[in-house]
Design a protein around this ligand. Sequence first.
Ligand SMILES: [Fe+2]
Ligand SMILES: [Fe+2]
Length: 367
Amino acid sequence: MAVVDPAEIRSGDIEELSRTVSEAEKREAIREVESAFPTAFTWDYEKGARPALDKLYEKAKHSQWDAQTDIDWSVGGQIDLARDPNNPLNTLGATDEGPLGKLNAEERARLGHASIAWTLSQFMHGEQGALVCTAKIVQSVPWIDAKYYAATQVMDEARHVEVYSKYLREKLEWEFPINVHLRDLLDAVVSDPRWDFTYLGMQIMIEGLALAAFGFQYQMSPDPLLKQITRYVMSDEARHVGFGVLSLQEAYRDLTGAEIRERQEFCYEAALRMRDRFLSQEVWEELGLPVRECSEIMLHNPVQMEFRKVLFSKIVPNLKKLGLLDAGDGWLRQKFGELGVLQFETFEDTGTEYERMQLEEGEIRAG
Ligand SMILES: [Fe+2]
Ligand SMILES: [Fe+2]
């Protein structure tokens, strides 16, 4: 069998990959997506019928924090830090290829500022996606323990949107529109009528990816404020992925081979798109640099490629735990092998990690 270079496996050509939202779409304040799905009422109110979900719910009730009063907004967050070329989060400036080699010091500083604002803007948009998706889960999941838990997550996600929005507005003073590929993924997840696809797309794939990105940011950011925000968000996110894994493990026990394959294909497609479509397209556009050329540079740049690979470190172990990696004839294992991300299967899964990332009672400041 011929070995394919993982970098050559693409979800589309460069024309497609470097697309951005249109000018008309940028001017829209509201985006409406049609979605028809069954709302499930349950008359079985036995709390704790699913002990692991019940435990997660009880834990979530005590882990609520306040984005306004528990975060110390007086420290850090300066634009100067974002502009600093030595800020390890400014990975976009790590190459001198093409038009990037011609930037002067001021333009590079602006690129640093833009790249951090872009990343956090995508987090913010993704968090809104999570807010909407978990509200949908409250409606569509059939189990009372899951409805209870999901209700706490709706509140968590509201805080996450709030906290990133506040940081962008007040500290970075720069906000980017949604990456068109993230938007398409959110549209697909929120409009699918099957409740487990909402979980799979949001809790496992998008949140799994986010968690890996947050982990990187938490370790590398020189800004104490951004560190604190990330730590708080991560303590919730890890619980959220745990919720997805627990719920889907049960839901997937009785699926047919064809139904399992459909889910594996969905995960593979989503993973591939998340790997090769976040190329800072909106940054190039905003800075007046050639979007297609710069996206192409990002696609091949070794630092960026390594970074994108690490983003699978949460998704692969969680899919393994769900049984989706090896279900059927191991289709997904083979596909992930071709992408070169199977080494992550032995990484800590999120169920284990969320125990470690919990905030201690005393850690949340008295409001
Ligand atoms: Fe979130
Ligand atoms: Fe979340």
